[in-house]
Design a protein around this ligand. Structure first.
Ligand code: NAD
Length: 419
C-alpha cells in the first residue's frame, strides 16, 4: 500500500532487515523470548499510547494486527502502555509525565493513537493535550514526519476527486517537525477587546533545514529521484533560508531532480495533478496543512499513516513514533466507527523502519489491501454510488481489524505468543 522508499543510512550491519540484528543470542540483550517450540526469537520493546477519543479504538486494532504479524513471522512484542494527552491531564495534571517520556526513549518505537478533545480545548488552559506531542517530538529528537499518500484502486470511488486524477498517486510528504511556528516564541492575546494582539514566530536554523533536507534527498534516492521543496520564499525570510540550504544540499545529490514550489501553488497542484509529485519536503506548518489536504486523495483521513523519526538508531532500526494522521475524532469515539487502517499502516511503518521487519510490514500492507479488495469498508469509506456499495461489506473498527488479521496469512505453528 505504501512505499516510503529506502531507509537512509540503512547499509550497516545493524540496519533494518539485516539478519545480524535478528540473530538469536546476540549481544545478551533482553530482547529474546523462548517460544513454546523451544526456539529463541526476538522480542521487540514497544510503547503504546492510545491517547484520547478514537485513539484507544484504533490502537487496539493495530495491536491485534501486530500480534498476528508477530505470530506469523516468529517474533514477540513486549508492550508498555502509557497514558498521554487529555487522559494524562485528567490522571496526572500534565499532558505527559517525564517518566513516561523516558519510557518512550527507552523503547524501540512508539505507537500512538491521537490526543485531544473538546473537554481539554480551553484555549486559555496552560496544560493542553498536544503538549504531549510536542514533548515527544522535541524530547525524542523526532525532527521529520513522513506521510506516504497513495490511493488504493478500490477506494477511488470514495475520493471526491475525478478517478483519472488519482491514477498513479504515490507521494511521500516529509514534514519538518521540531521547528517553525509550532516551537517559536509566542505571545498570547493581550489588550482590551477591540485592540487585542497576539504573535507567533517562525524561526528556522540552517542545521534544522539541512537535516530534514538530507533525509528527503535520501528518501528520493530510494524512489524515483524527484524531490519537490515547498516554501513561501517570495514572502518569508525563513523560506528563503530554506530554499538556499536545500539548493546547497542538492549539490550532494546530483542524481536527484529538485524543484521548488510555493506552498500556495503546491496546494493547488496536489488536487489538480497529484500524481505529478513524488517526495515533497517542507516546513512544519506547510507540511501539516498539505498532508491533511493530500489525505482527501486516499478517500479518508482515516486511511493515512505517519512516522516521525530522527537520527537515533535502535538495535533494529531508527527510533520512531508512529501514528495515524487523523485526530481523536471525538464525534465517533468509542462507537466502533473509526477506521483503523491509518493506525494499522502506521504499525507497518513501525515494523519496517524501527524493527527492520520488512517481511511483516509487507504482510500487513498486503493484508490491508486484500481486505479493501474484498470489499470491507468502514463508514468513512462507504461508497456514494449504490452500485459500488452493493459489492461492499460495512464494518466497524473491530471487524475491519478482524478482516485484516484474517489476511495476514498465519501459516500455523506459532500462535498466541505475542504479548
Ligand atoms: P479529526 O481528525 O479528529 O477529525 C476530523 C473528521 O475526520 C471528523 O469528522 C472525524 O470523525 C473524522 N475522522 C478522523 N479520524 C477518523 C477515522 N479513523 N475514521 C473515521 N473518521 C475519522 O480532527 P479534528 O476534529 O479537527 O480534531 C479532533 C481533536 O483531535 C482535537 O482535539 C484536535 O486537537 C485533535 N487532534 C489530534 C491530533 C493528534 O493527536 N496527532 C491531530 C489532529 C487533531
Amino acid at each position: 500500500m505504501t512505499a516510503e522508499g529506502g531507509l537512509p543510512g540503512s547499509t550497516g550491519a545493524d540496519a533494518p532487515g539485516s539478519s545480524a540484528a535478528d540473530a538469536p543470542g546476540g549481544a545478551g540483550r533482553p530482547d529474546r523470548a523462548d517460544w513454546p517450540d523451544g526456539a529463541v526469537r526476538p522480542t521487540y520493546r514497544l510503547v503504546a499510547i492510545p491517547g484520547d477519543g478514537v485513539g484507544p479504538d484504533v490502537v487496539a486494532a493495530a495491536k491485534r494486527v501486530l500480534a498476528a504479524a508477530a505470530a506469523r513471522f516468529g517474533f514477540a512484542v513486549a508492550w508498555t502502555d502509557l497514558v498521554a494527552g487529555g487522559a494524562a491531564i485528567d490522571a496526572y495534571g500534565v499532558a505527559i509525565r517525564d517518566e513516561d517520556l523516558a519510557a518512550c526513549a527507552a523503547s524501540e518505537a512508539i505507537l500512538l493513537g491521537a490526543v485531544g478533545g473538546p473537554q481539554w480545548d480551553d484555549p486559555k488552559a496552560t496544560v493542553r493535550p498536544e503538549q504531549a506531542l510536542f514533548a515527544m517530538r522535541g524530547g525524542l529528537g523526532l525532527f521529520a514526519n513522513l506521510r506516504p499518500v497513495s490511493v488504493h484502486p478500490a477506494l477511488v470511488p470514495a475520493s471526491p476527486l475525478r478517478p483519472e486524477l488519482l491514477v498513479g498517486v504515490d507521494m511521500l510528504i516529509v514534514r519538518e517537525l521540531t521547528g517553525g511556528l509550532y516551537f517559536g516564541a509566542r505571545t498570547e492575546a493581550t489588550g482590551a477587546p477591540g485592540a487585542r494582539a497576539a504573535s507567533d514566530t517562525l524561526p528556522y536554523t540552517e542545521p534544522e533545514v539541512a537535516r530534514v533536507a538530507r533525509l528527503a534527498f535520501d528518501l528520493a534516492r530510494g524512489r524515483s529521484r524527484r524531490l519537490t521543496s515547498v516554501d513561501k520564499a517570495n514572502v518569508l525570510a525563513t523560506s528563503r533560508l530554506w530554499r538556499t540550504v536545500v539548493h546547497e544540499i542538492a549539490a550532494e545529490y546530483p542524481d536527484v531532480v529538485l524543484d521548488d514550489r510555493l506552498v500556495d501553488a503546491c496546494a493547488m497542484q496536489i488536487v489538480r495533478a497529484p500524481a505529478s509529485f513524488d517526495v515533497l519536503v517542507t516546513e512544519n506548518l506547510f507540511g501539516d496543512i498539505l498532508s491533511d489536504e493530500a489525505s482527501v486523495l486516499a478517500g479518508s483521513l482515516g486511511m493515512l499513516p505517519s512516522a516521525s523519526i530522527g537520527e537515533r538508531r535502535t538495535p533494529h532500526g531508527l527510533h520512531g513514533l508512529y501514528e495515524p494522521i487523523h485526530g481523536s475524532a471525538p464525534d465517533i469515539a468509542g462507537q466502533d466507527l473509526a477506521n483503523p487502517v491509518g493506525t494499522i499502516l502506521s504499525a507497518a511503518m513501525l515494523l519496517r523502519w524501527s524493527l527492520g521487519r520488512a517481511d511483516a510490514a509487507d504482510a500487513v500492507e498486503a493484508a490491508v489491501a486484500a481486505a479493501l479488495d474484498d470489499g470491507f469498508r468502514t463508514a468513512d469509506l462507504w461508497p456514494h454510488d449504490p452500485a459500488v456499495a452493493e459489492a461492499c461489506t460495512r464494518v466497524g473498527t473491530v471487524a475491519m481489524a478482524d478482516a485484516i488479521v484474517a489476511r495476514i496469512g498465519i501459516t500455523g505453528g506459532i500462535t498466541g505468543a505475542a504479548a
